[in-house]
Design a binder for this molecule. Structure first.
Ligand code: SF4
Length: 362
């Protein structure tokens, strides 16, 4: 085993855990705050850059720790400026992040797990099955590395890459606090969006803890039977239970939820679907984000603009905001799980691909 795998990593450590580490090293507590800021706020690439630390401490830190541990395996740039990264972890797993530059904001879509247990029928990541939860360090490092690589300040973070963030709840929340900490990455909490397919107990927990981050729910169907046919999570938590938890969130947090709705040709954009959406979403403070399906070769297709129009026309009468998301990075497979799949499908090591989703643990 190389020392890359044996040395602990400083990215993703809280100030409290750094204080404990520094205490063990016989250092004063204030050094923890200095190191935390060098790692997360200034995002230095070497211990030598930590100029307010004594040289002896810098040397000791370099001997005992790594700053981060992700290896960039692939970097693909789209004609629209979107950049897709494939990272290799020290556990030899691959996961991905997507950088999406826009005029007024720079968004990064990050992963929370390698693979996913939830088996959504239209999702490339689902085909991998669940492999591991990412560590807090691996979650935070995705943003730091992309910021270093692009030289651009990340303004928005969305947990919509590989995995279900609410099945890696404590690490996702810890990472999000490091993102929003003014001494950390200093990204506004409301610009950090955690997107779940509907792990209902965690929606209640997220609400009860008054987490300051934004919540998105991947809905994709307005009827229980249709949802069950494309999203196995609906077998465990019904659409009614999901909508109850969404109401609990909006009522208690006074915040708006974003519902994501991927448009799958001839599956979920009929007049009945549009009316169903109006019926279940109208009582809520919410926004509906329609997403044209990014073709992943899983047997689903993207509906044409003509096919979506009647559905959209009905929705225009809804009392909530509706947005139609532009697909970004189509030429580089920048949809959830797609770059990974493209890479791995060409390898002769199918150990990453499981045919059946593993059971849901909450
Ligand atoms: S869409 Fe999200 S929750 Fe569903 S299988 Fe893919 S990664 Fe998992």
């Amino acid at each position: 085993m190389s020392d890359v795998q044996t040395k602990p990593v400083l990215i993703g450590k809280t100030q409290q855990s750094l204080r404990e580490i520094l205490q063990e090293m016989g250092q004063p507590a204030y050094r923890a705050n200095q190191i935390y800021k060098w790692v997360h706020h200034h995002q230095v690439k070497s211990f030598d850059e930590m100029s307010n630390l004594p040289k002896t401490l810098r040397a000791e830190l370099a001997e005992k720790f790594h700053l981060g541990n992700l290896t960039m395996a692939t970097r693909e740039v789209s004609t629209d400026g979107t950049i897709k990264y494939l990272w290799k972890t020290t556990g030899n797993h691959f996961m991905e992040s997507v950088f999406i530059p826009e005029e007024r904001r720079n968004t990064i879509c990050i992963s929370s797990q390698v693979g996913c247990a939830l088996g959504c029928a239209f999702c490339a990541t689902a085909k991998m099955g669940f492999l591991v939860n990412l560590t807090c360090s691996e979650i935070v490092e995705q943003v730091i590395r992309v910021q270093q690589d692009t030289g651009e300040k990340i303004t928005n973070v969305v947990f919509m890459g590989m995995g279900e963030p609410f099945l890696n709840y404590s690490r996702v929340i810890q990472a999000s606090h490091i993102f929003s900490d003014p001494e950390g990455l200093a990204i506004a909490a409301k610009k950090i969006t955690i997107s779940t397919v509907g792990v209902v107990p965690r929606i209640y927990q997220f609400t009860d803890e008054s987490q300051p981050f934004s919540l998105a729910i991947s809905l994709h169907a307005s009827r229980q039977d249709l949802r069950q046919s494309i999203m196995p999570i609906a077998d465990k938590f019904s659409l009614d239970q999901l909508m109850d938890s969404a109401r609990y969130y909006t009522f208690n947090s006074k915040k708006r939820i974003t519902f994501e709705y991927v448009l799958l040709e001839d599956i979920n954009h009929s007049a009945k679907d549009a009316k169903g959406l109006i019926s279940i979403l109208s009582p809520l403070k919410c926004k509906l984000n329609l997403i044209p399906f990014n073709d992943t070769g899983l047997g689903f297709r993207t509906p044409s603009a003509e096919k979506i129009k009647p559905f959209y026309d009905i929705l225009e009468g809804a009392p909530f905001t509706i947005t139609l998301r532009k697909n970004r990075g189509n030429d580089i497979s920048a949809a959830c799980g797609q770059l990974y799949s493209k890479e791995k499908m060409t390898e002769k090591t199918p150990r990453f691909i499981k045919s059946r989703p593993t059971p849901i643990a909450t």
